[in-house]
Design a protein around this ligand. Structure first.
Ligand code: HPA
Length: 236
């Protein structure tokens, strides 16, 4: 047990998929895992362990934003010895050529959060993905024929920006898309010497203002989960 997770020792696998939405964790467990067992329900933040093609894997909801996700990520690593953490989430596109439903692999994560300025005493830290996981995810995504982009992403503390054009500064510097958790995931993975990756599907578009339907989100989300499972378990 840790402060926010009620699983017993040994109930969580070394590899964990991390959706923000706890009901997505349940969906992943029910759709992809053999013999899933729920190991967490504290605060409704559902977590499950089962197996995928014979290999043990867990899935744990993180909630939205870096303060929430950081709690679960640190407890999974420190409390349960998890060594491979793959976020599976959605993002808003910053670039015309990164389309709705495309897959984005977060090579590195900028942030507008004070999280790392606080941690590093006002200096700038560059949170990056695990290269082996990233290369494997890219290969699996291409093998499935998915439209996939690899590059910098933005982990924001603010979903509803006062200025809806403020993203353009980041877009000019090549940032592909915005989400709300990866910078914390990559920083904590580095701190504890474990592997992490953030995979995203584009659910909305800040340039064109298009949005996906709930059904489209589910279909593209499922493709991304398969890529995550293949990349993580194939490189354990
Ligand atoms: N902003 C922040 N996080 C997101 C978005 C967005 O537009 N879309 C999906 N996650």
């Amino acid at each position: 047990m840790s402060v926010h997770l009620s699983a017993q020792e040994g109930q969580i696998a070394p590899t964990v998929l991390l959706p923000g939405d706890p009901l997505r964790a349940q969906h992943i467990a029910q759709t992809f895992l053999e013999n899933p067992v729920q190991h967490n329900g504290v605060r409704g933040m559902l977590g499950f362990t089962g197996s995928y093609k014979g290999k043990a894997v867990s899935v744990q909801g993180t909630g939205m934003g870096m303060p929430s996700a950081g709690i679960y990520i640190q407890e999974l690593i420190e409390g349960y010895g998890c060594t491979t953490l793959v976020r599976v989430g959605t993002a808003g596109s910053y670039q015309a050529e990164v389309h709705l439903r495309d897959l984005v692999i977060g090579q590195a994560a900028c942030t507008d959060s004070n999280l790392n300025f606080t941690r590093f005493g006002g200096l700038s830290y560059a949170p990056i993905a695990d290269f082996g996981l990233m290369a494997a995810a890219y290969a699996r995504a291409r093998a499935h024929g998915y439209a996939v982009h690899v590059g910098n992403i933005m982990s924001s503390d603010i979903f509803y920006q006062d200025d809806p054009t403020s993203f353009q500064m980041w877009a000019r510097y090549g940032v592909l898309a915005v989400e709300m958790e990866a910078a914390a995931l990559y920083t904590l993975a580095a701190k504890f010497g474990v592997r992490a990756l953030c995979l995203l599907t584009i659910s909305d578009h800040l340039v064109t203002h298009e949005v996906t339907s709930a059904e489209e989100r589910q279909t593209t989300f499922n493709g991304m989960v398969e890529v995550a499972l293949e990349a993580a378990l194939g490189t354990e």
